[in-house]
Design a protein around this ligand. Sequence first.
Ligand SMILES: C[S@@+](CC[C@H](N)C(=O)[O-])C[C@H]1O[C@@H](n2cnc3c(N)ncnc32)[C@H](O)[C@@H]1O
Length: 330
Amino acid sequence: MPHLEISDLITVTDPLSGARMPVRRGDVVRRLDEAGDPRAARIVAGLPAGPDDVLDPLAVDRLMIGVHTELQRLSEELRIGERLVHVLDPLFEAIREIAGRRGRFRLVDIGSGLGYLVRWLASTGALGPNVELIGVDLDAALVAEADRLARAEGLDCRFVHGNAFDLPEIATVYVSTGVLHHFRGPALAEFFEAQADSQALAFCHFDIAATRLAPVGAWMFHRARMRHPLGRHDGVVSARRAHSDETLLRAATVPGIRPLLYEPKGLSNPFCTTLRPVLGIRPYLEDPLRQALGRSSRRLVGAEHLTRGGPPRHDAASWSASGAASGAGR
Ligand SMILES: C[S@@+](CC[C@H](N)C(=O)[O-])C[C@H]1O[C@@H](n2cnc3c(N)ncnc32)[C@H](O)[C@@H]1O
């Protein structure tokens, strides 16, 4: 049975035009019932809809902003900003080194939601003055709220409504938090391919670590911290949908990119690991990045780590076949 998140079903945006699509409540309830999730179906059945059974878009927007506000508290508690900077600061150090310490760079947060990460980076100045900060999201209501908050806080950052890969400006580094598990099947590889095909030098995507404890940890955390049943429901489903280390490294193995995981399963404490990043860097950045990371670079591993650690035989075979086991970025 597929695990479905309610928020993916009640907000549908055409990725090409950015237009909001009408969503029939009955259709969503049926999909959730068919997926074997009657509790989620009941949550959606309780949402307001018009006489034509189309979900009330304003009520859905209010709900999504409320849930993302609670999600922001979770990000604060998990110190997402600090954890991202722990990796991003050395990454920008490596990029500056390659660029001869000159130039302006641009960080693009894909699926920025209410923009917590971008706003935190802007308010702390953690990446230095020559990094422009942009958040992009397909959800117009979340972007409008992120922009309102940033203006009220007087922050130097921008939020754009649309597809992160259709920006007119070139990104130096793409980042995201809590977005990867939304991409299923071929869409995950396409997500990484789009970034490898762009002029970006690197990507760094934080998502839930697929440990056995993740769903139960997510249940306790969301139960304690989130008020709306939708947030509690989707929080646990996200942990169930988290991609394994093998899946992430395989999907991120695209031409021109050296895929790396920071703190993969074997190197981390399962009781503390919540979110951790998969990175993709242009191969010439690996040495400067490792130097900038110092001792922490031991926690940064490529596919060769998984093969040495003894993944299932078919995994080892497919790694070797793809050339990934050599560890060389292509
Ligand atoms: C679970 S939310 C994560 C929000 C935020 N990063 C956080 O941690 O609170 C995932 C978001 O990704 C957005 N999204 C997915 N694909 C996108 C794309 N190609 N471009 C822009 N936004 C995208 C969705 O609209 C959704 O708001």
